[in-house]
Ligand binder design. Structure first.
Ligand code: ATP
Ligand code: MG
Ligand code: MG
Length: 379
């Protein structure tokens, strides 16, 4: 059997490795960390910096194809790896999707709607940008690189101390976005194979809390067929435009008038797609394996309406620890833990998925299951 290499070793790499090993592959993961969620289930864990080209070359020589579970690997590193093994998705996809300014400009060049935005390289440019039409005195300032889970962004108003806001990001480039008055947020998880074959999950309805994904529901309780079709088309257009092979998630805002606006792209499995593990014929991680290995793609048929709730480190503050027994007492609820040793506030530790007759019932059930984690344990 072949050996698959993964750049990154968090929970996305872990669930990829589980899917890959089930299909008979060996998995080797690469990241700067030891004892990682993905390393625990992989055949081998490489520890090295993402700019340690000697170590990256050794890793690349040991594997047959490389994929990634996070996008912040430099294009130079990916190109170095490509001397030894194909990287899917490739350097061009990362170049665009790992950098907010490039991503926004690329979407604009494709005629795809985004929030109104301005690229900002200094506090003076920020002061200019805040009054641009569409931004109109308030926006969200986001670092061009490295942000996730709302880290690396700050809400700014014309009357704020803009120099302080600029300095707080400690970056040399950021994007100032106008606030989108959205009705709700959706995501579409696309899968594209080596021959350009395309499948899709979603749209999935996403609810955030403190800028972190909290609950995802699929299918969304109410969604007109036009919006659904447009969201799927956008995902396809983006994956084809980037010639992406593997998984790519498009995060969307739905405006009150129904217009779809692309928030950002993630060229990898996505948190909102975790419910595909229990609720779909083939999950997003299995599809990543299939796509990057040039296998036929699996079915994205949904088996049951489903809802997923993230488990952050906060749950470990429950007296006596999380009451797993109580949550698992609900027979249509599934538990996934990522094997992270230290629960920290805001850190994604695992998730619950509930399956039900309707999306509304699934959402209610998954929220109830999560609340049960806080109930007192019986001795
Ligand atoms: P992640 O990569 O974990 O999804 P991130 O740190 O890259 O998150 P974004 O997706 O850009 O951050 O923003 C996080 C959330 O903040 C969005 O899902 C949305 O709820 C809100 N948000 C971001 N940008 C805007 C905007 N322009 N208008 C309104 N809300 C926004
Ligand atoms: Mg992001
Ligand atoms: Mg996001």
């Amino acid at each position: 059997g072949a050996t698959l290499g993964v750049l990154g070793s968090g929970q996305l790499g872990r669930m990829f490795a589980i899917a890959a090993r089930r299909l008979g592959y060996r998995v080797e993961v690469y990241s700067p960390d030891q004892n990682t969620p993905a390393g625990e289930v992989a055949n081998h864990e490489w520890v090295g910096a993402y700019d340690d080209f000697d170590q990256l070359a050794k890793f690349a020589e040991a594997v047959d194809v490389v994929t990634l579970e996070f996008e912040n690997v430099s294009v130079a590193a990916v190109k170095a790896i490509e001397h030894f093994a194909p990287v899917r998705p490739g350097a061009n996809v990362l170049h665009t999707a790992q950098h907010r300014s490039r991503e926004k400009n690329w979407l604009k060049s494709q005629g795809i709607p985004t929030a109104p935005f301005a690229i900002v390289r200094s506090r003076e440019e920020l002061a200019d940008a805040i009054d641009r039409p569409g931004i109109d005195g308030q926006g969200i300032l986001k670092t061009a690189s490295w942000g996730y889970d709302g880290k690396g962004q700050v809400r700014v108003r014309r009357t704020d101390d803009l120099a302080a806001a600029w300095n707080s990001l400690a970056t040399d480039e950021a994007v100032l976005e106008g606030i989108v008055d959205f009705e709700r947020e959706l995501s579409v998880v696309g899968v594209r194979g080596l021959q350009g074959d395309f499948r899709v999950y979603g749209p999935i309805h996403n609810i955030h809390r403190n800028h972190i994904l909290d609950v995802s529901i699929c299918p969304p309780a109410v969604l007109d067929v036009q919006t659904r079709g447009q969201a799927v088309l956008l995902c396809r257009q983006i994956m084809e435009g980037l010639d992406a092979v593997g998984i790519l998630c498009v995060e969307l805002f739905v405006r009150k008038n129904g217009q779809l606006v692309v928030n950002e792209l993630a060229p990898r499995p996505h948190n909102s797609g975790h419910l595909t593990i229990d609720a779909f014929r083939s999950c997003q991680f299995e599809q990543q394996v299939r796509a990057v290995c040039g296998l036929p793609l699996g079915s994205t048929e949904q088996l049951r309406p489903a809802a997923m709730a993230n488990l952050l480190g906060d749950v470990w503050e429950a007296p006596g620890g999380p009451n797993w027994t109580a949550a698992l007492g609900m027979p249509n609820v599934k538990l996934h833990l990522y094997g992270k040793a230290e629960p920290r506030t805001g850190r994604k530790m695992g998730h619950l998925t509930a399956l039900a007759e309707t999306p509304e019932l699934a959402e209610e059930m998954v929220r109830k299951a999560r609340e049960r984690l806080w109930t007192k344990q019986r001795d």
